[in-house]
Design a protein around this ligand. Structure first.
Ligand code: SAH
Length: 349
């Protein structure tokens, strides 16, 4: 089966899929994400949302959407910070796009009292002025891998040989290779994420009728190049993506450059990608951390400082993680993106 189908099953099979079974986050789980590292991440995104709502003209109803909300931690921290702008908080209706029943349970616990509405896909989320947040969501969407096979392009697939799963290739069923450089070398791999492209299409359609902004934070790159980024993580370490499917998180780096170009070609305003460090610094992560430190006990102070460090240190998450905003046509630069270069240029490109 093609890599995309394998990835979709390994993560989303109703019984054996990785996300379907339970809660993979935190120090006891397999990996840790920004909102689980520190509350300041979700809080700053809450303030970002409030500013975005003001820029949207302060609508009476804000459809606040989170895709892949994990444990619900980001949304919880976001809403607490949004509460400091009551005029905004009053307008919020929370919609969560989440396929995993186990994680929906977990989100319901974290967000008890909020009354979120869950959806399997963005299709069923009501129309209206909207703010969409997706942290480490697109990296979980299945990718296709197209391999240069001597003179031709081939689809990278997963097959069985000698009782074990192996990568194999088969002919590509469409003309995806036509978009790829013809000076590619045999063995070069290029990745495509059709599900992410479909998601951008849906967002662009949403933002034609109503104002809106979508914030994507993920690890990824600004320009497509040959190389494979499919990876499996288990127990806070790298694992073989073909071993024990359903037992490890499988992700791929996000091709922000292609998503940004696609959104722009659909008429959206696009900001970034910029590094997570640049985004969080310009939202005031350092000042917010300093303020929290004033009232923190020594052990809390240590945790606060190391969380902020981890989020913005280029050697940790600061550089590899990027932030991208897709908004309705003509939208002003959102908070954190004010130093955006003239249209057509992207920072960190
Ligand atoms: N945003 C959270 C969790 C990231 S993990 C955080 O930062 O901590 C990826 C999340 O996306 C999980 O909640 C997973 O169940 C969900 N998910 C993965 N694929 C999905 C899909 N196709 N549709 C909806 N949710 C999906």
């Amino acid at each position: 089966m093609p890599v995309a189908e394998y990835m979709a099953l390994a993560l989303g099979h109703p019984e054996h899929g990785y996300y379907m079974k339970g809660d993979p986050f935190g120090t006891d789980g397999d990996f840790i994400t920004a909102p689980e590292i520190g509350q300041v991440f979700g809080e700053l995104i809450g303030l970002w949302s409030a500013v975005t709502w003001q820029q949207m003209g302060m609508p009476d109803r804000t459809i606040l959407i989170e895709c892949g909300p994990g444990r619900g931690t980001l949304m919880n921290d976001l809403l607490r910070a949004a509460g400091t702008v009551p005029a905004f908080a009053r307008t919020i209706e929370v919609h969560l796009v989440e396929t995993s029943p186990a994680l929906r349970d977990r989100q319901a616990g974290t967000l008890s009292g909020i009354g979120p509405v869950w959806h399997d896909t963005l299709d069923t989320v009501p129309d209206g002025p909207s703010i969409l947040i997706a942290n480490e969501f697109i990296d979980a969407l299945p990718i296709r891998q197209i391999v240069r096979d001597n003179e031709d392009w081939a689809e990278r697939c997963v097959g069985v040989a000698g009782g074990a799963l192996r990568f194999v290739t088969s002919p590509v069923s469409d003309d995806l290779g036509a978009a790829l450089p013809n000076n590619a070398l045999p063995g070069d791999i290029f990745e495509f994420c059709p599900a992410a492209a479909a998601f951008i299409d849906q967002i662009a359609a949403r933002f034609t009728g109503h104002p809106g902004a979508a914030l994507f934070v993920d690890y990824g790159y600004a320009r497509r190049a040959a190389g494979e980024t499919l990876q499996a993580v288990r127990d806070h370490g790298y694992a073989d993506p073909l071993t024990d499917p359903g037992e490890a998180d499988i992700t791929a780096h996000v091709d922000f450059g292609s998503l940004a170009a696609q959104a722009a070609s659909l008429g959206c305003a696009v900001f970034g990608p910029i590094s997570q460090a640049a985004f969080l610094r310009s939202l005031g992560i350092v000042e917010r951390t300093t303020a929290l430190l004033k009232n923190a006990r020594p052990e809390q102070a240590q945790a606060l400082q190391s969380a902020t460090q981890r989020l913005i240190d280029p050697a940790a998450m600061g550089d590899l993680f990027k932030a991208l905003v897709v908004a309705h046509a003509g939208a002003a630069a959102p908070a954190g993106f004010e130093t955006q270069l003239a249209p057509g240029h992207r920072q960190d490109d």
